[in-house]
Design a protein around this ligand. Structure first.
Ligand code: TMP
Length: 390
């Protein structure tokens, strides 16, 4: 399936940047062996993750709470007296900082210099690196085997997935656990959230695909848990084969995926049609509002919205600006569509008639914070699970 020419999801540019914008052809396919939904082609990792990486995990209060709960749950599973915890792609330390604060030996790994700097400022022992079997060997030389390896919204970013699986298996202690969570393919297909498809998401996983991929490295899933984050995610719990008993949740989701026919090509043909319908409905709604002379502003300049804006062909003629809390995005424009991004305070300075909730995964938090917008007569527009004015 092709979504056409696409810039980088996090490729926010300075508004006076006149250089040619990097774009690639965004096409997806499903592997016939491991049933993993994936990008056919992908920009190089150095293009996507660098010293000006625009995403900081700690921007949402609800996400901070989510990661605190994640920490508490993992901690309950640790039986070792002196555990060693590693997080792959620790970003600004939103999860691993809880282990650090509680005096647990830990190590964060992240390839983006600016977020590593923030993690170190947060008191986290961090190295600036991509994760690979080579990194695993380096950690083994300098430290020891790890009892808990964690990752959140990271593994789906790494094209060398088989090498990652081997590295994790090598680094994980005999009774250790590897726990990670990622946007879930089942939700993408059910809610038509095709905005989960962008350059950084090499893969969109299912329980079937994770099981197949990690089996090759001697690891198996013993528990899965559905999460509300990122519009629907799955947390996967893995261990060395045979070291834990497999819980009911695994069979439950494997069955559910079979019922959703997630390994059948027809499912993806229907998905393609649904994406096209979604595009025309969304564009139609915004064009009609603008014809009435009303103002539309976006809320949350997410990487996901790069796919929506470019695939639907929505630009500055329809959306005046996008309000966002992330300082690094202010004064920049959206990738490919050049919509200005402004501090979220400007949203309440002059409320628009309509606001598109691009950060729909933070809907509760944002709508509570911006309740005066509704009082001013404004209306929210969402496009998940369907295009509608709320
Ligand atoms: P995410 O969907 O990848 O988590 O990105 C959320 C974006 O939305 C990020 O750029 C920060 C922004 N945001 C706000 O502007 N206000 C908010 O209250 C929240 C939670 C996020």
């Amino acid at each position: 399936m092709s979504f056409g020419s696409m810039p980088l999801g996090n490729g926010f540019r300075h508004n006076d940047d006149k250089s040619e914008e990097f774009c690639y052809l965004m096409e997806t396919a499903v592997c016939s062996e491991c049933s993993t939904f994936q990008l056919v082609d992908q920009p190089s990792p150095n293009q996507m993750f660098h010293g000006e990486y625009a995403f900081f995990s700690g921007t949402s209060e609800r996400m901070k709470q989510h990661f605190l709960e994640f920490y508490n749950q993992v901690k309950k599973e640790i039986s070792q007296t002196d555990p060693f915890v590693i997080e792959i792609g620790c970003n600004d330390g939103i999860l691993i900082k809880h282990f650090a604060k509680n005096g647990i030996q830990h190590l964060g790994i992240d390839p983006s210099a600016n977020v590593v700097k923030r993690a170190k400022e947060n008191g986290i022992n961090t190295i600036e690196s991509f994760f690979s079997t080579k990194t695993a060997n380096h950690i083994l030389e300098k430290y020891r085997k790890s009892d808990v390896i964690l990752a959140a919204n990271v593994i789906c970013h790494i094209p060398t997935i088989n090498d990652i699986a081997l590295g994790i298996s090598h680094l994980l202690s005999k009774n250790g656990i590897f726990v990670f969570e990622e946007p879930y393919l089942g939700d993408v297909l059910e809610k038509i959230t095709y905005d989960q498809i962008y350059d950084e998401h090499t893969f969109l996983f299912s329980v079937h695909s994770i099981s197949e991929i990690f089996k090759r490295a001697g690891l198996e899933i013993f528990r899965v848990e559905h999460q509300w984050t990122h519009g629907g995610s799955m947390r996967y719990w893995l261990s060395h084969k045979g070291s834990r008993s497999i819980e009911e949740s695994v069979g439950y989701f494997l069955n559910k995926e079979d019922q959703l026919a997630m390994n059948k090509i027809e499912t993806y043909k229907t998905f393609k049609k649904s994406c096209e319908n979604h595009k025309y409905k969304f564009l139609d709604l915004l064009q009609n509002i603008r014809k009435e002379g009303k103002r539309i502003v976006g809320y949350g300049a997410t990487s996901k919205s790069t796919t929506i804006l470019n695939y639907c062909g929505i630009g500055n003629d329809l959306i005046e600006f996008i309000a966002d809390t992330t300082p690094i995005k202010h004064g920049k424009v959206t990738p490919g569509t050049a919509i200005p991004i402004r501090p979220h305070k400007e949203f309440s300075m002059d409320y628009p008639d309509y606001a598109i909730l691009f950060a729909y995964n933070h809907a509760t938090e944002i709508m509570n914070k911006e309740e005066d917008f509704i009082k001013s007569g404004g209306k929210w527009i969402t496009y998940v699970p369907e295009v509608q004015i709320l």
